[in-house]
Design a protein around this ligand. Structure first.
Ligand code: SAM
Length: 264
């Protein structure tokens, strides 16, 4: 690109994201509850229940590796990973499904590892943590993953298309890409209320509870900039995925949405 501006902007964004998540890591879980009035838990529960990890095989696999091989990208403090393993074990009586939590930020991973100690999965082959950038998953072999999840992560990625291409590469044929992310609210009235909350209250709560207004201001702005449901569905298709139905499910009037793609 001209004068390398794009590269500089990308490097700055990556640095900004790193600073934001390092500074919010220790207060991240409390802040999620406050900012979403606890609703993020319901969305995450629904996301996992709907994917039904550990049920029938998603892809053909050898008898020596039963269970699903799940990669939770931008897995942060482990919210999705622990839910996946609980669901597989409790509802599907599957003790083999395993999750790799990958995140670019060592501080978020450290919080995740700490939280894992109060689950049955710490130091078992069912759970591991790796520091990785979603755009370059060199340590994950081609066609090795049954389910790729990313919850509230992709809007922070500098090159979302590169991340989608990596998701496609690491999934097995028949494997599923599933993304839970903030999205666009459907009704104008609800949108007005929601914008007041997010632009007004969230940075303020950030300041009061975590002593960090700027990071929470960044989080709100990153939500605003993220593509609409249809635009994101088209990006998933362009990466090579087959998109079931209309391609997404709105949650709470479109505040969040679940997008899915299947690798043919
Ligand atoms: N998935 C968790 C959840 O739902 O609670 C954490 C979401 S948190 C809002 C976003 C996470 O994305 C942070 O942990 C951040 O470090 C991570 N992240 C940002 N850019 C990334 C990238 N390029 N590759 C991998 N992780 C990234």
């Amino acid at each position: 690109t001209h004068f390398g501006f794009e590269t500089v902007a990308e490097a700055l964004k990556e640095k900004k994201v790193a600073t934001v998540f390092s500074s919010v890591a220790s207060s991240y879980d409390t802040m999620n509850d406050l900012m979403s009035l606890g609703i993020h838990r319901l969305w995450k529960d629904h996301f996992v229940r709907n994917l039904n990890p550990g049920s029938n095989p998603l892809t053909s696999r050898s008898p020596i590796s039963p269970g699903w091989n799940i990669l939770d990208i931008a897995g942060g403090t482990g919210d999705i990973a622990f839910r996946m393993l609980d669901h597989a074990s409790t509802l599907n009586h599957d003790a083999h499904t395993r999750v790799t939590v990958a995140d670019i930020n060592p501080d978020m991973l450290a919080e995740g590892r700490k939280r894992a100690l109060s689950t049955p999965y710490a130091r078992t082959p069912r759970l591991d943590f790796v520091e990785a950038n979603a755009e370059h998953l060199d340590m994950i072999p081609d066609a090795s993953i049954d389910l790729y999840t990313v919850a509230f992560g992709i809007r922070n990625f500098t090159d979302k298309d590169a991340a989608l291409r990596e998701a496609f590469r690491v999934l097995k044929p028949g494997g599923v890409f599933a993304c839970l992310e903030f999205s666009k609210v459907n009704s104008a009235l609800f949108d007005a209320v929601y914008k007041r909350w997010s632009f007004g209250a969230i940075p303020l709560i950030g300041q009061l509870v975590a002593g960090d207004r700027d990071s929470y201001q960044y989080l709100v702005e990153s939500i605003e900039k993220f593509p609409s449901q249809t635009e994101f569905r088209d990006m998933i298709e362009r990466a090579g995925f087959l998109v079931p139905g209309k391609g997404w499910e709105d949650l709470t009037g479109g505040i969040a949405a679940i997008h899915k793609g299947v690798k043919p």
